[in-house]
Write a protein that binds this ligand. Structure first.
Ligand code: ZN
Length: 310
């Protein structure tokens, strides 16, 4: 990590609790950062009552020992992230059974009695990579996950960007050539949006197997890379991120990266005269470096940041 400067908005190192609350599991950490993890656990996501109770039980001893005063949550959603709303920190609606309207923030805050902050899961992963990972200090940083779903988090001036509603970068429309890809799409709202075409479930629906087992020389990978590249070009032209980190289960297939980078350069066609899109694209579009802890570490960073600005 580069030396800190006084103007550096990154949070100071301070012990905090962090949760990546996902649809299949909750990853819980007590840590100062990736080099200083005191405790961690993984709790399967079942009912809200059971899952949150086990989460509270994990953190409670640290709170009672006076070691933990701040908790960050990077949660699946969509979430209500308007602090003025009576349902701030609630999950709004979700296809995940039982979790509609769950008060994630309030339940944890009341039970543990610590300062508690919440953001979207992908924003948490973005913040983790911005603080300690592949996108340190980039402004803005775009983190895109391509996995069970597709979503993007943007870190602007050191904070997760929140608009009128949470960003839904997985649901943009992309050009689809039915002669090359006859699959009609998997999104229940838009069919052939980005997520409907390129997420893990879309691959599963096309081939009866997920992206992990599809052979590397399968011709579909070029189609997949082209979809992701088209989306990235749209984000580059509208957000001009300083770096793009691509995470999620599908992106664990590392052979996608060179295909995506090449297609991004081809689509931009020299239009943008920055080295990021010409000679330095290998350093511009990169994998995460925090493994599956991007989100939970991002939650730690969120908690630390809230503590220092309170
Ligand atoms: Zn969609």
């Amino acid at each position: 990590m580069a030396a800190r400067q006084d103007s550096d908005p990154r949070p100071v190192s301070r012990l905090a609790g962090g949760i990546e609350a996902g649809g299949t599991k909750f990853i819980c950490l007590v840590a100062k950062g990736p080099e200083h993890i005191v405790a961690q656990t993984r709790i399967p996501t079942t009912t809200p009552a059971e899952t949150l109770e086990r989460t509270i039980a994990f953190f409670r001893p640290f709170v009672e020992a006076g070691q933990l005063a701040d908790l960050g949550i990077a949660c699946f959603g969509p979430l209500d992230l308007n602090p003025a709303s009576p349902t701030y920190g609630h999950i709004i609606t979700t296809p995940k059974p039982h979790w509609d309207h769950t008060d994630v923030l309030g339940t944890l805050q009341r039970a543990l009695g610590v300062r508690t902050v919440i953001t979207m899961d992908v924003s948490g992963a973005a913040l983790g990579e911005w603080t300690w990972g592949a996108g340190q200090g980039c402004n803005p940083l775009l983190y895109l996950t391509v996995g069970t779903g597709i979503g993007g988090g943007v870190i602007l001036n050191g904070k997760p960007f929140v608009g009128l509603v949470p960003l839904e970068m997985g649901h943009i429309r992309l050009p689809r050539d039915p002669s090359r890809d006859p699959f009609p799409g998997h999104c229940p709202f838009h069919r052939d949006c980005f997520e409907g075409l390129a997420s893990g479930p879309a691959l599963q629906a096309r081939f009866g197997q997920n992206g992990e087992s599809l052979p590397e020389d399968h011709p579909f990978w070029q189609v997949e890379a082209d979809y992701i590249a088209h989306a990235l070009v749209n984000y580059i032209l509208t957000l001009a991120p300083e770096k793009i980190v691509l995470g999620g289960g599908v992106m664990r297939r590392a052979h996608l990266f060179p295909l995506i980078r090449h297609k991004v350069k081809t689509l931009l066609n020299g239009y943008l005269h920055h080295p990021a899109f010409l000679t330095d694209v290998d350093r511009y579009i990169v994998p995460p470096t925090l493994g599956d802890l991007s989100g939970s570490l991002g939650a730690i960073a969120l908690a630390q940041s809230a503590a220092t600005t309170a």
